[in-house]
Design a protein around this ligand. Structure first.
Ligand code: AMP
Length: 378
């Protein structure tokens, strides 16, 4: 991929108004009747950039989306709690209201982008996690203003592409989560690049079905069974030998009852569903991880939000933490899992973007990065 311009390429910004697209989409919790930021990691990560722009004399205005208000103004999704935290961490930076209060944002509207850019002299995209989306605040500013990538964006891109393209071998990729349909393309790409691809989570049961194993009521994507069968032929895919699960209809998730989980040995009978990898699989996966030179991990091994079903995901996190390999965690749920386990410091790099990190590795570029490179001022 061609190099991306950074903030030094903006030249003299003394007295200039700079618009920064950030990704402050972060969970909020109610404290004493007021919505409050529970995890300010994303806001803290942007402070270095804001300070740098301010020290060069720029007036900084940031913009972000928050949740899915679907184009309507909704106080539940107001950025006010983010503003309060930002103001504590970095006074003097203005934060615009939720971009997704306007339908134009997700529709990639030129008109919305024009309104957004009015009065600005330059644009910085520091929102890696949304740069795989062709949304107005990502795509339009580079058409209208001198535009560059922020430092965290540059670090994400160089780290992910560097590790993916020139890994220390063996490269062991671990994929999990629920959506086999979304992750199949990257699993295929990984099976070409990596030496081993460990598949866990809900995804794994479509691979079980491809092998003719019974899966009870576990998650499955019947349209992808053939594709999974073809992937298994690469000889690099390692799927679970066993699983943990519950009787169909049992409640599970963050708030669950105390029903005990059941161990399944390679087949899941009707009336049950698989929700985590089993003990033998944990052992097998840990051995593969122990032999790795580089590890890429995206997606939990089970319903980690439920303590009874978090053992698989935790064991993977622990095996990676114990290994000497370079370890990269894709964002989203795997990052949430390692945060929940208090293990954020045990890995070499945790990407802020789940979908974006997968798309960057799969396709080698992102729409938001292309927009910056094609910016007429660069
Ligand atoms: P994804 O968005 O595809 O990364 O999926 C993440 C979600 O997958 C998490 O919320 C997990 O609870 C869920 N998950 C993981 N394993 C399973 C499983 N075996 N069955 C159902 N959901 C799962």
């Amino acid at each position: 991929m061609l190099p991306l311009p950074g903030i030094d390429d903006l030249g003299d910004i003394e007295g200039k108004r700079v618009l920064v697209r950030v990704d402050f989409n972060t969970p909020l919790v109610e404290v004493a009747g007021e919505l409050t930021v529970s995890d300010d990691f994303r806001i803290r990560s942007a402070v270095v950039l804001f300070n740098e722009l301010q020290s060069r004399g720029a007036q900084v205005v940031a913009c972000t989306h928050l949740g899915r208000p679907n184009g309507r103004i909704n106080t539940e999704y107001s950025v006010e709690p983010l503003r309060r935290r930002l103001n504590e961490l970095c006074p003097g930076v203005t934060l615009l209201e939720n971009l997704r209060f306007d339908l134009g944002e997700e529709a990639n509207s030129l008109e919305f982008g024009q309104r957004l850019c009015e009065g600005f002299d330059a644009f910085v995209n520091e929102a890696f996690g949304v740069s795989h989306r062709q949304h107005s605040s990502i795509m339009v500013p580079p058409k209208l203003l001198p535009s560059v990538a922020g430092p965290n964006m540059l670090l994400e891109v160089s780290t992910l592409l560097g590790v993916f393209n020139e890994p220390q071998r063996p490269l062991v990729a671990i994929v999990g989560g629920a959506k086999v349909h979304d992750k199949l393309a990257i699993t295929k790409k990984l099976s070409e690049k990596a030496d081993r691809v460990l598949v866990g989570g809900g995804m794994a049961f479509t691979f079980w079905r491809a092998l003719g194993r019974s899966i009870g009521d576990s998650l499955v994507d019947d349209d992808q069974v053939e594709a999974c069968r073809a992937l298994l032929e690469s000889g690099k895919i390692v799927i679970p030998d066993d699983a943990l699960g519950l009787r169909t209809g049992s409640s599970f998730g963050a708030e669950h009852n105390d029903e005990e989980v059941i161990a399944f040995d390679g087949e899941i009978p009707d009336g049950f569903l698989g929700l985590d990898i089993g003990v033998q699989t944990r052992h097998n996966f840990a051995q593969e991880i122990g032999a790795a030179g580089t590890i890429l991990w995206n997606g939990p091994m089970g319903v980690f939000e439920d303590n009874r079903l978090s053992c698989g995901t935790r064991s993977i996190a622990e095996a990676i933490a114990a290994s000497t390999a370079t370890s990269i965690i894709g964002g989203g749920d795997s990052a949430a899992a390692v945060a929940a386990f208090g293990m954020m410091d045990s890995f070499d790099f945790i990407s802020t973007g789940g979908g974006a990190s997968l798309e960057l590795m799969e396709l080698g570029d992102l729409p938001g990065l292309r927009a910056i490179r094609e910016c007429a001022w660069n």
